[in-house]
Design a protein around this ligand. Structure first.
Ligand SMILES: [Zn+2]
Length: 488
């Protein structure tokens, strides 16, 4: 589940290295009324900043629509450049420009190209995959500068694809040879178990929420709403919790990587804690949005295992703190009270106890599962582990079942060394990040086929013993492959 995200203004320690990179060529930028070079360079900084802001709002949906220009942007793919596009760079030119940009930085790159009139801005845009819109066709070259600024900014933030990894065999070989794999996971690895993906509008959960009178379903996971009335959260929490201790073939795959001593860290956006069911060790997992594995009292910070309140959550009840209850009983001699939840304004439904209201009787705190709500800080562990444990060790990144648009996980590929190969496994490809190999399809099917080809035994009741998987190429994409079960 990847709906809980860094709230606006939230900044993990990850932001720092990103900003350091950005700051490198800030020196010659930002002078209004400067040369074309200076203006374009300054504009790339603005474009970069606005991408950051959009990114951190957590919705992910407006990723590519920040300005009029961006709405007008048409993408030109490398495969098209290779075949030849009128007035555009050749693929070889494009690759050379990109390499040069990454080598010398934005300011020097703009100075060397536009500053010295070696190429037009209109043509240079195509080197970065942007086709100038038709309405600018007869415009002077300066009209393309803002577009070029966006193009350069995007390219500079992007990790360039490693050209040597493309095929399924490459992916299998990477699996076999890598020793320290970072696995990023999202809702897609749990959907085969019937756990709803909250970002998908057709799961029925949103309509379930309508009767709670919420204007935005995300309010269920808003910490302020929770403090006001925890019953809203607990009325749907029972539907999020997995009913049995089951796990998907993809969870089993992550466990298999662990058994082979190859799992460096599994960063998961999911809060269902299903990784534990598969036997992935807590020291190998970072639950980026927290999880139901533990719960904490909102009043006294008393912590319990998630299992301790599991039954109450399943019943739709509001679990309260045993420690608070004990000290209340000891302090005042008042016997155990049911139902008080610490939120005084919302007791109208607790008809049986409404007479208590006027007496300010101490009430035990509510036990809040340790998932990260909107308005709460993300667990510190994330950035620390990534920068101080993984960054220098990782030799392969596998992203599974997430569109990778939500912070903080979305930042991971950009922070790890660019020479580390990255494989993407999901139903649909993404365009904002470039992976070396895209393996498209049901992730359970993809990982089972990868294991088969690697000669690894991935046993799981949901993988039929005689399963045959065909892999189809995707036209125009050398590194994209679709996995399908034969006869399915
Ligand atoms: Zn307590």
């Amino acid at each position: 589940m990847d709906f809980v995200s860094a709230p606006s203004g939230e900044s993990s320690s990850l932001k720092n290295p990103v900003l350091e990179v950005e700051a490198v060529d800030m020196t010659s930028a930002g002078v209004k009324g400067g040369t074309a070079t200076e203006n374009i360079t300054a504009a790339t900084e603005e474009a970069a900043q606005s991408e950051d802001e959009t990114d951190s709002d957590g919705s992910g949906d407006d990723w590519e629509s920040q300005s009029l220009y961006e709405d007008a942007i048409q993408v030109v793919r490398d495969e098209q450049l290779r075949d030849g596009v009128p007035d555009a760079c050749t693929l070889e030119e494009a690759i050379a420009y990109r390499r040069r940009l990454h080598d010398i930085g934005k300011a020097a790159f703009v100075e060397e190209t536009i500053g010295r009139d070696t190429v037009t801005a209109k043509k240079l845009c195509t080197a970065f995959g942007i086709l100038p819109p038709a309405f600018l066709d007869d415009a002077p070259d300066e009209a393309f500068h803002p577009l070029l600024a966006i193009a350069i900014s995007r390219e500079f933030q992007k990790r360039p694809k490693l050209p040597q990894y493309n095929t399924i065999d490459d992916a299998v070989k990477l699996l076999q040879e890598s020793k320290n794999i970072v696995v990023l996971t999202g809702a897609g690895i749990s959907t085969s178990l019937g756990i709803p993906d909250f970002r998908s509008k057709d799961t029925g959960l949103y309509s379930q929420l309508a009767h709670l009178g919420l204007s935005d379903p995300q309010e269920v996971f808003d910490i302020h709403v929770f403090r006001e009335d925890p019953s809203i959260f607990f009325s749907i929490a029972k539907d999020i919790l997995p009913t049995e201790k089951k796990f998907s073939p993809t969870h089993a795959f992550i466990r298999l990587l662990q058994d082979k001593g190859k799992l460096l860290t599994n960063y998961t956006q999911n809060i269902d804690n299903i990784e534990a069911n598969a036997g992935v060790l807590p020291e190998n997992i970072v639950q980026c949005h927290g999880s139901f594995a533990t719960a904490t009292c909102v009043k006294c910070d008393y912590k319990v295992s998630g299992d301790d309140i599991f039954d109450e959550i399943k019943k739709g009840a509001i679990p309260v703190c045993a420690s608070c209850r004990k000290s209340i009983a000891e302090d005042s001699g008042v016997k155990r009270k049911r139902s008080s939840n610490g939120a005084h304004k919302n007791r109208k439904d607790n008809d049986g106890d409404s007479s208590d209201e006027d007496y300010e009787i101490p009430t035990p705190g509510v036990m809040k599962p340790d998932i990260t709500f909107f308005g709460e800080d993300l667990p510190d562990e994330f950035g620390h582990r990534l920068l101080h444990h993984d960054r220098d060790r990782v030799d392969l990144v596998i992203v599974i079942g997430t569109s990778l648009k939500v912070a903080p996980v979305a930042e991971v590929p950009g922070v790890l060394p660019r020479t580390v190969p990255q494989i993407y496994i999901s139903r649909t490809p993404v365009s904002h990040t470039e992976f070396d190999i895209d393996l498209l399809g049901d992730c359970d099917v993809v990982v089972s086929e990868l294991c088969r080809r690697a000669g690894w035994e991935l046993k799981h009741e949901m993988i039929p013993a005689d399963e045959k998987v065909e892999v189809l190429p995707v036209e125009d994409y050398e590194s994209r492959h679709v996995f399908k079960v034969v006869g399915a």
